[in-house]
Design a protein around this ligand. Sequence first.
Ligand code: GAP
Length: 455
Amino acid sequence: MAAQSMEELVALCKRRGFIFQASDIYGGLQGVYDYGPLGVELKNNLKAAWWRAMVYERDDVEGLDAAILTNRAVLKYSGHENTFSDPLVDCRNCKSRWRADHLQDSKCPSCGSTDLTEPRAFNLMFKTHIGPVEDEESIAYLRPETAQSTFVNFKNVLDSTSRRLPFGIAQIGKAFRNEITCRNFIFRVRELEQMELEYFVEPGSDEEWHSRWIEMRLDWWVRQGLSENNLKLEQHAKEALSHYSKATTDIMYRFPHGLEELEGIANRTDFDLGSHTRNQQDYDIQANVIENRESNSKLAIQDLATKQWIVPFVIEPAAGVDRGVLALMTEAYRIEELENGSKRTVLGLAPHLAPIKVAVLSLRRNVPEMVEKAKEIKRTLQSLGLGRILFEDTGNIGKGYRRHDEVGTPICVTVDFQTIQEDDTVTIRDRDSMTQERLPAAELSEYVRTYFRTG
Ligand code: GAP
């Protein structure tokens, strides 16, 4: 059974080094988190799985890693300066601040008062200044989504790769939103990471591609280990659509605090490319066609047969890395009752996501030959390039197994006296079944390689 409460997960994350409150020793920074030794591995594995599926396993997607600091004009013409805001209300009684659309029965969630101010639009973008002078001219923004930096690179990528429609640009990176209230751990944060694909298609084929991407993305999350029972598709009502979207479907996940958005898949139409192009060129965006114009700043693609310029429509699967980590941990966390009446906590992560792939344990820490053998196995397995292999000589194998169950290590390998004195075999212990088997050390690399290929 998945984690039932956020407290369980938060405690595990701190205890085992997955996620810490940022700036903790100075009282923290609200809505900002640091990923610890195991958290960074899990996060990197999730991002690598996304990149593999989006870029390496497809033939129609290019990668990009664009800057976070963004020219003000980009976010002016994208519509963010005017519309990227949430409705803010103040409670006159206890002075707390809330998002009006998150209130129930128009009551302050903190003190229950209904004496609230009228909602006013609060822009979520973090503003900064470039250079030493803080004036209107020097304003820049920390990007609120990776998407805009992809759109303004459309022509750079197109010209350097000679892509034809349909094709996509994938990007993973940080984004920043000055959220009014941050709650539920890493679910809603002010410094977040996104995995966004902008998939450019012929106008007219957009609805079909939208449906296809919804299906592909749902299937991908299931392959990362999320149960179909905890996932749901939810279509946005017309009045709830973002300013750029013609249709959006969210992939919802049953987090400990409720069913909430994990990823949004939007049909952004030609809104963004059109808007950035309209800034540079005077043309009728509704026509989706720019008649025989040549310009370096035109975010459009030329149809080779007709020579007409087309502003592609964009289908955008946009997922949050932090929400992905939270969903995977929620799903994987379980407490098992064992036959002897004791309990164990297990993080049943899919092997490709596990922060530590294999722990190599030495039964005794004071037997140099045993320790050296365990270190040698660690080096050999590390060279397979599967991810982090950990050597440990804490000397308590039972406790070691429990600790690795709790952080999701799929396999533990133990080197003992039989290994060094008798037959050079090691014990392999499986996280989920807890079964143990002996295997010649010489066969370990093949065993581990096969396990992670199929596991
Ligand atoms: N480019 C489109 C876009 O940014 P979004 O629905 O605002 O769309 C996409 O964000 C994904 O980014 C969300 O589904 C969510 O997973 C993640 N996300 C957005 N705001 C977040 C926040 N404050 N904290 C954590 N994740 C967030």
